[in-house]
Design a protein around this ligand. Sequence first.
Ligand SMILES: Cc1cc2nc3c(=O)[nH]c(=O)nc-3n(C[C@H](O)[C@H](O)[C@H](O)COP(=O)(O)OP(=O)(O)OC[C@H]3O[C@@H](n4cnc5c(N)ncnc54)[C@H](O)[C@@H]3O)c2cc1C
Length: 388
Amino acid sequence: MYEVPWAFTDEHLEWQRTVAAFVADVVADGAAQRSIERRFDPDLVRAAGRLGAFGLLAPEPHGAGADVRTLCLAAEEVATVDSSLAVTMHVQAISVALFAHLAKDQPALLDEVLPRAAAGEDFISFGLTEPSGGSDAGNISTSARRDGDDWVINGSKQFITNSGTEFSRHVILFAATGEKRDGRRAPISAFLVPLDAPGVVVGPEYAKLGWRSSDTHPLFFDDVRVPGTALLGTEGTGYREALAFLTWARIPIAAMSLGLARGCLSDTLRFVSERESFGRPLAGNQGVSFQVADIAAAVATCRVLTYDAAWKYDRGLPIEREAAVAKLVASELANKAAYTATQLQGGYGFIEETAATRHYQDARILTIGEGTSEVQRLLIARGLGLPL
Ligand SMILES: Cc1cc2nc3c(=O)[nH]c(=O)nc-3n(C[C@H](O)[C@H](O)[C@H](O)COP(=O)(O)OP(=O)(O)OC[C@H]3O[C@@H](n4cnc5c(N)ncnc54)[C@H](O)[C@@H]3O)c2cc1C
């Protein structure tokens, strides 16, 4: 482990040990089989709920009111063996926090939804991406129009995590409420839409390369009628408010990348120490051990960048650049680590039972979800004043 003692309090380190024990005792054993079978495991979700993983960022008394480092530590530890569970927790944690933020002036709605959501008994999914494209996220076709006191929603969303499980109850849906004017985009509002409302169709589960035991579906909305109270915050500002609030949301993806790279390191260390070739352990070859050293250096880089960004956020410092750099570098390094880990395991690195293979599959989404590497570069370049 590459220590970053400046980043943590004793409480953080205690939480990390708790999550590490949970991963060893509850998560590790079935991770390979769940992934091979593409099986979302409700019992594992209930166990993570008892750990308190889903309401970490929800305000007290319903959640832990914890900081971003706490969420990152959970994401890191879980992703050392099971990125699918890590993303299931991540999406629920950010959706619960976002809901609590957007609905802060709607106490009745908060009281109704937050307790079960923070406990992980009810999932809130995050419905932004549309079939027309996720990088240009503000270009939204899904619409909501007023009809009396109600709103009527039409459109569709794509690749929505946690939207089709037995826990899935709501989606925070971003929809245009108004027309494009003077070349400017339509204002976008946020709604809390029950997934069992008439007109909502949860499409078939995607067959994914990685994150295979997480849950991802398209959602379709056909004249879905919701009451006026479903509007979160002020009409026309939901998307902007969500973006402003979620500046930190990329940092836990950097933490998941870090966890995955750590998983690659421990699995590779084991393999190259045990495996013999030409009459000696693989690790006896400089060409092999140097590659393991590169993974260790990647882990160190990811850890420093992740917790630098999280520490700054928790101190109230600006983190737009830090979050983009951490997400970009950590997700790209995790992919390199997974490639090296599978290469060093030879044929075993191509067999689904092995941890290295699972990490290789899970790594691919890390440079795509929560803003692609290209989008992170765009943000970093804009921060440098480049005309993009
Ligand atoms: C398993 C999974 C789970 C997901 N979960 C959720 C979820 O819960 N909620 C949600 O809302 N979304 C979710 N997403 C969507 C995810 O955030 C998007 O897939 C991602 O933002 C990329 O959008 P896209 O797939 O439409 O690709 P596009 O935006 O179409 O991009 C295609 C390619 O073009 C590149 N590109 C685009 N614009 C530019 C540019 N200006 N300059 C250079 N390159 C560019 C991109 O980097 C990418 O390489 C999930 C996706 C997956 C696969």
